[in-house]
Design a protein around this ligand. Structure first.
Ligand SMILES: Cc1ncc(COP(=O)(O)O)c(C=O)c1O
Length: 376
């Protein structure tokens, strides 16, 4: 069944109405630099080299990439998968029995409910308090857990909230996880996309000495803007004995699927060499679009931007009345597509989520209908 927004969108598209799409989140469709195609087409691509955890050369390339982010890690503690989503499914198999639960931030990226359900695992939300700019509230996590909670998921920085994990929050979380025997799963797919400097920011938990099992997840999907290449990675950390057992078990899970293609693993060093060019262009794009959005807001407007420090989206707080759906429908009438906050389990007010990826001329074209409709 289509929701009212999807129905209205289908109707507009059927009528050939113009559309400025501020839900575009596909980094390959917005005119950003692409890697060299020749990287993937080499004679070696046809030699099959099954390595459950990933080719050593590919894992070394990921370790070198993480080193540029300040994380000194051994390639032996890295496991490659086809995507971060697949890494989650492996972690739920590793950590949970059917009926166990994992603690997941809200608001957040909406795929977790499917990823958990498909593994027979329950998702228990913990709220990110709006008052803290959607930062982590470890007391809320402690209140959400029970004896069957196996892991805490942290999205660093939050999607779409753009709040990074800080050292104090990590220390409190580590204490809770160690006391209650929970692992930490840190989703760091947007971590490279910081818009500013912040004291005590934790870019990755990889390489930190922590008292519980930790899994740091990322991949080419966001890091290189290449979701279609299907390479993700996770770093496994924590107390040595637990870490080594987790690595051995993950290797068995990975061996069951062998899902990462050989050609893309062989190309990984070259693909990661392209990352700085892609990320510089993307960061310039999202910062410029956000700057334009801030500049377009009339003084005294009843809507505002949620303070954030990184990522690919902007969140707006809007008045409760007429609310998210009515506002999205009114914007669509004006030819502008945005997402309502409820897609991300946003509560405690009304919100809109805008992609900052579109080219500046497209983004600029969205601003006057946005300001007009929100000003009504
Ligand atoms: C926070 C977050 N984690 C994970 C993913 C999935 O990434 P992948 O393409 O590696 O499965 C996304 C995709 O949008 C995301 O927003």
């Amino acid at each position: 069944m289509l929701n009212p927004l999807a129905k209205a969108l289908a109707k507009r598209q059927a009528q050939g109405g113009s559309l400025v799409d501020l839900t575009e989140s596909n980094p390959t469709r917005v005119g950003l630099p692409l890697p060299e195609p020749g990287l993937l087409v080499t004679p070696a691509a046809f030699s099959y080299e099954p390595e459950p955890a990933g080719l050593p050369s590919a894992r070394e390339a990921v370790a070198s990439h993480l080193a540029t982010r300040g994380a000194v890690v051994s390639p032996k503690h890295l496991i490659l998968s086809a995507s971060t989503s697949e890494a989650y499914s492996w972690l739920f198999k590793l950590l949970c029995d059917p009926g166990d639960n994992v603690l997941v931030p809200a608001p957040s990226y909406p795929l977790f409910q499917y990823l958990t359900r498909l593994e027979g695992v329950e998702l228990w939300p913990y709220r990110l308090p709006r008052a803290h700019g959607f930062g982590l509230d470890v007391e809320a996590i402690a209140a959400a857990r029970d004896v069957r909670s196996r892991a805490v998921l942290v999205v660093n920085p939050g999607n779409p909230t753009g709040h990074y994990l800080h050292k104090g929050e990590l220390a409190a979380l580590a204490e809770l996880c160690a006391d209650t025997d929970m692992a930490l799963i840190s989703d760091e797919v947007f971590s490279d996309f910081a818009w500013d400097e912040e004291p005590d920011r934790v870019a990755t938990v990889a390489g930190h000495s922590l008292p519980m099992l930790t899994f740091s997840l990322s991949g080419l999907s966001k890091v290189a803007g290449q979701p279609g290449l299907k390479v993700g990675w996770m770093h496994v950390g924590g107390p040595m004995a637990e870490r080594d057992e987790a690595l051995a078990r993950l290797e068995l899970i990975a061996d069951t699927y062998l899902s990462v293609g050989t050609p893309v693993q062989q190309a990984l060093p070259g693909l990661l060499a392209h990352v700085p060019r892609f990320q510089a262009a993307l960061l310039e794009r999202v910062k410029e679009n956000r700057r334009r959005l801030v500049a377009a807001r009339p003084a005294g407007a009843t809507w505002d931007l949620v303070p954030a420090h990184g990522g690919w989206s902007a969140m707006l707080r809007i008045p409760q009345e007429p609310g998210e759906e009515a506002t999205c429908l009114a914007l669509l009438d004006e030819g502008l597509l945005v997402q309502p906050g409820y897609f991300y389990d946003y509560d405690g007010g009304a919100g809109l989520v805008l992609s900052l990826l579109p080219p500046p001329d497209v983004f600029e074209a969205a601003l006057s209908p946005l300001v007009r409709v929100l000003g009504r």
